[in-house]
Design a binder for this molecule. Structure first.
Ligand code: GTP
Length: 594
């Protein structure tokens, strides 16, 4: 597999593993987050049902005060009526909000019957209150007053199952907040029992009349219940309880107000046997109300603390989910960057290096553009450069060797004295004449030239002059022999001209030109005034009788021999089958057929 593909597969595997681990952790946090959302919903419902309960409880205070007022005392009556209207509006809003929360829950599809019953009781209680309030105080029977008060208490009681349900649900979902929520419930109960306790005194105080035994039993029961709740509250407040300044301040206020002042007043009033209570119902209610409100506030502080805790946990889970997502994204980008870096730092330089090496092997010595700045890429390119230098050197060496061998060849084929090709060169063309005869191509012709009476020149003028004569004769031959014909020094004072494509007639004309060129001019030599040499020529051409190089040489040699024999300074053409018939007609000047 290619390195690039391997890297991609590796990166994909790494990404898959990272994604798997992240997904596992992410799912954990997501579950926590969802759980947090459910906890928050449960806590919000619990908070709202407590608020609704408190609202009904709170509605009692202005309603009870209204029952103590005379409609004719218009200002006080109207003001309290407005308070009642506000309280009712507050209760309705709280119940509506609770209704909405219940409907928003996945399991609920309509208003709970509990809530419907609470609303019914409220409607009825409010109607009773309103009917009573319209009458003059003297026309309000204590019995009717108590009935209206009781119905309002019943309305509040209707919510108890809902409070219990939501409390249980909230504790189950967020057990770590159980203590806080229990505190809230205790405070809510305290607020209700405190309110009911006050309501039990409204009729005796407003009539006024002595507290009847039945009412005393109820008051004693409520008082006992309040003490129990207080004990429970104190038991729940341990040294490990979370410290919270706002809660502590409110707790102190509750201790002093509700448990101190209000309960002491209730206890004082309930121990009276006559009707001289020393305080009117409205004043009593107004005095007790802030302490009941403090209970509500303390309860709310506890619920809000639990909600804040769950919200913080949920935010924490969300931050973790975002962090995991960011990590995955960063990891993906990192892998992508690594892949790109590997491609530009490793793969591209490798591919370019491969191409460069292939080009080098094919003889392309050009430098390729460099790729990759890594030390390894540079080292690779340096190595290729070294290879290129070596390749260049060996190519130069090969060229030099080639030129040298050409020069040697030339040297081996050149006669040092005349500069003409030597006999060895001729034999390269004609082959080894002593071995198997080599067939001659038809157009070939040969002129053998032998300087006449050369020995006497040597003898008379010395070898140096003899050499000079040979050089001059060779030069005059070269002047006349052009491509494709070739001139050779055949040996000693003998020369040869090898022709190609010439007819016998042209061959003889060439030989005659050479003969005249040799003999026509004086050869200048130091110490010699007149030096004219002649030469004899034997001319032969491939024909029906001359089929091999040996035949050609023998034929030319025989013709030369004849030219010598006939007096020298002439040329003799070797006979051909056709030549026999036409010899006299075509032979130029000094030419004779043998
Ligand atoms: N200076 C010189 N003389 C050479 C060279 N090669 C051969 N010779 C001489 O050439 C002479 C050839 O003489 P011969 O073969 O007798 O021929 P000739 O004197 O030319 O007489 P014919 O060919 O019969 O006309 C010899 O004396 C050789 O020594 C050479 O390279 N330089």
């Amino acid at each position: 597999m290619q390195l690039q593909a391997q890297l991609k597969v590796g990166a994909a595997l790494l990404l898959a593993v990272a994604a798997g681990i992240s997904a596992y952790v992410f799912v954990g946090y997501a579950q926590g987050y969802r759980q947090g959302a459910r906890n928050l919903q449960a806590l919000t419902s619990y908070d709202q049902v407590l608020k609704a309960g408190n609202a009904i409880s709170a509605e009692r205070a202005p309603s009870n005060i209204l029952l103590t007022l005379d409609p004719r005392a218009a200002q006080a009556y109207a003001s309290t009526r407005a308070d009642v209207a506000d309280a009712r509006q507050h209760t309705d809003a709280a119940l509506d909000q609770l209704d909405r929360l219940i409907r928003a829950r996945p399991e609920a599809d309509s208003e709970t019957p509990v809530l419907a019953r609470a609303r019914e009781s409220l409607v009825k209680a409010r109607a009773d209150y309103d009917a009573l309030a319209r009458n003059a105080p003297s026309e309000r029977s204590p019995q009717d007053l108590q009935t209206a008060i009781d119905i309002l208490i019943v309305a509040r009681k209707q919510l108890d199952p809902l409070i219990a349900d939501f409390y249980r649900e909230a504790v189950e979902l967020a057990p770590d907040q159980a203590g806080t929520m229990q505190m809230a419930r205790i405070l809510s109960d305290l607020r209700e029992y405190g309110g009911r306790l006050g309501s039990m005194l409204v009729v005796p105080l407003s009539t006024p009349e002595p507290i009847d035994p039945a009412r005393r039993v109820i008051i004693a029961t409520l008082r006992g219940r309040i003490d129990e709740l207080r004990a429970l509250m104190l038991a729940r407040t341990g040294p490990d309880d979370q410290h919270d300044d706002a809660i502590e301040r409110m707790r102190t206020q509750v201790e002093r107000g509700f448990f101190g002042r209000t309960l002491a007043l209730v206890d004082t009033l309930t121990t009276r046997s006559g009707t001289d209570y020393g305080i009117r119902a409205a004043a009593f209610t107004s005095q007790a109300l802030p302490d009941l409100v403090a209970l509500e506030k303390l309860e709310d502080l506890f619920v809000q603390r639990a909600i804040a805790h769950v919200t913080a946990t949920q935010r924490h889970e969300r931050v973790h989910m975002l962090l995991i997502g960011a990590f995955l994204l960063a990891f993906f980008l990192f892998l992508l960057a690594m892949l790109r870096a590997a491609e530009s730092l490793v793969i591209r330089p490798l591919l370019l290096a491969k191409n460069e090496i292939v080009a080098l092997a094919n003889g392309d010595l050009r430098r390729a553009p460099r790729a990759g700045n890594s030390e390894e890429a540079r080292a690779l390119h340096d190595a290729i450069d070294t290879l290129r230098q070596q390749h260049l050197r060996s190519m130069q060496l090969a060229i030099e060797r080639d030129e040298l061998s050409k020069a040697l060849r030339r040297q081996a084929h050149t006669d040092a004295l005349t500069g003409l090709l030597n006999r060895h060169a001729l034999e390269e063309i004609t082959g080894d004449l002593s071995a198997e005869p080599v067939r001659l191509s038809k157009g070939r012709g040969l002129i053998l030239i032998d300087v006449d009476y050369f020995k006497p020149i040597n003898d008379e003028h010395g070898h140096i002059v003899g050499d000079l004569v040979l050089r001059e004769v060779g030069g005059r031959i070269r002047q006349l022999v052009k491509e494709p014909h070739m001139a050779f020094r055949y040996g000693g004072e003998e020369f040869a001209v090898l022709t190609n494509g010439l007819s016998m007639k042209d061959l003889c004309l060439l030989a005659e030109d050479i003969r005249r060129a040799i003999s026509s001019d004086n050869i200048a030599a130091p110490g010699v005034s007149t030096l004219i040499v002649t030469a004899s020529f034997g001319v032969a051409k491939g024909n029906l009788a001359v089929l091999t190089w040996l035949d050609l040489l023998n034929a030319a040699d025989a013709a030369l021999y004849q030219a010598k024999a006939q007096g020298r300074n002439q040329l003799v053409a070797a006979p051909t089958p056709t030549d026999d018939m036409q010899k006299d007609r075509h032979m130029p000047g000094n030419v004779q057929a043998r």
